[in-house]
Ligand binder design. Sequence first.
Ligand code: GLV
Ligand code: GLV
Length: 324
Amino acid sequence: STPRFLVTQEIPEPGPSILRDAGEVEIRSGMSADELREAVTGGEYDVVLSQTSDRFDAELLGAATIKGIANYAVGYNNIDVPAATEHGIAVGNTPDVLNDATANVAVLLLLGAARRAHEASEHLRSGQFEGLRPDLLVGQDVTGATLGIAGMGRIGKAVAHRALGFGMRVVFTQRPPQDREVSDDELGDLAGRVTQVRWDELVERSDYISLHVPLTEETTHLIDADVLRRMKSTAVLINTARGPVVDEEALVRALRTGEIFAAGLDVFENEPAVEPELLELPNAFLLPHVGSAEQGTRAGMARMAAENAVAMARGEEPPYPVTV
Ligand code: GLV
Ligand code: GLV
């Protein structure tokens, strides 16, 4: 029979075309959790092309009648993958295609927070600008400063390349909070240009810390009150990974009291909600989860997610699988 695809948000081409060539497509944006549940347990659809805001927990997966979940994201913390596997439901993601776009936003946040872009823009737009002044909106040095990369995976490496281009020193911990050693082979062309350090050392030494870990039990609140206290008072925290990697309440306190200099955030602990005080803090440079939002990247993600979905509907191994 003809495969039926449920798409939970509009996605760009070529996603819809690839799906339509293979079966019937229903795009239902803004479904509630109950509606999603009904849709995936009712025997109506073969595969869901999902967003990270769609939660598939063990209970839902146990009741689900679908063959696969093609997540439109590299991250898949919204899906209980072991439970999906147990119930014979395939899971796929969109790795690599968004490494550069996400690294670009990490750099945007780094520069924006360091150089007080939000405050500066407000200063100008609110009519306060009275000409150049030596003490106007002075920020932190970038060139020569030390960037600590927490999580040297594909995105972390793309950020490292950019930081080296800015003349920064780059230290990293491969898989914080653990200190797994990385070989030069794994580092590829970064070998000899970046320095592996223990997580404790990275926290205390870095002028900038950029987070590139997946969200797991181990990385939840990796940045907590204690870590914030141990960071330099001139330090900047950058998060393009997942909100819950940072204790957002503790971060608000650290930014308010000057425990750290600034933060640049693209993700939040309880998206789409944001700690109200964060929105008021001049030293928080904030973006609404747009890490992968470049046209070509999004088209690539749409193609990969759609190809995953088509393979899953046919009972084939998806080209970009997530496995336990
Ligand atoms: C976005 O957050 C993604 O995981 O792709
Ligand atoms: C992080 O998201 C990675 O892909 O390494």
